[in-house]
Design a protein around this ligand. Structure first.
Ligand SMILES: CC(C)(COP(=O)(O)OP(=O)(O)OC[C@H]1O[C@@H](n2cnc3c(N)ncnc32)[C@H](O)[C@@H]1OP(=O)(O)O)[C@@H](O)C(=O)NCCC(=O)NCCS
Length: 147
């Protein structure tokens, strides 16, 4: 197995895995977004892919957030924007290895905190985060109003 940083060569695999986590998006939408990340010097998000032999079975997207992140007291923080493991590979430690990768990435850049979030009813993700050493900080409600 190996964990690689997503680049143009694996863009298709990165998008295909991401579509499983974001089924409301189209292939084209995610493709264009990721292509933008890969060509933009600021690289808004960085993707990591978990590979077993020739198969990509999991991915994680991270970003370095300079703005305030709920519950943190340092800046910048590394934020887990997305994490997904194919169903048949779950509960085998892959998600945790991806989080460890994020921790190493943060440490190598002098970043002191990693933050993440999940929907309030995603108890699987909540338990996963706690098992990986995250502590809950805040629960928030998002609002919107048309103007
Ligand atoms: C959440 C997810 C990434 C976890 O990946 P995974 O590879 O199965 O997790 P791991 O096997 O590395 O588990 C790490 C720890 O979390 C715990 N854990 C993982 N899934 C769990 C679950 N559903 N319920 C309770 N604990 C869980 C494991 O028991 C393990 O604990 P341990 O190290 O103390 O033994 C995976 O279930 C997934 O892709 N879910 C769907 C997408 C999703 O919800 N992503 C998060 C969006 S916020």
């Amino acid at each position: 197995m190996s964990i690689i940083i997503a680049d143009k060569k694996v863009l298709n695999e990165w998008v295909k895995l991401s579509l499983k986590l974001f089924p409301e998006c189209s292939y084209q939408e995610i493709y264009e977004e990721y292509q933008n990340y890969l060509t933009n010097d600021l690289q808004k998000e960085i993707g990591f892919l978990y590979q077993i032999y020739q198969e990509f079975v999991a991915f994680m997207n991270i970003s370095i957030r300079k703005e305030y992140v709920n519950g943190t007291n340092t800046s910048p923080v590394l934020f887990i924007e997305a994490i997904y493991v194919e169903e048949k590979y779950r509960k085998q430690g892959i998600g945790k290895k991806l989080i460890k990768q994020a921790e190493e990435f943060a440490r190598s850049r002098g970043i002191k905190q990693i933050a993440s979030d999940c929907l309030i009813d995603n108890t699987n993700s909540e338990e996963f985060h706690k098992s990986c050493g995250f502590r809950e900080t805040e629960r928030v409600i998002f609002f919107v109003k048309e103007v």
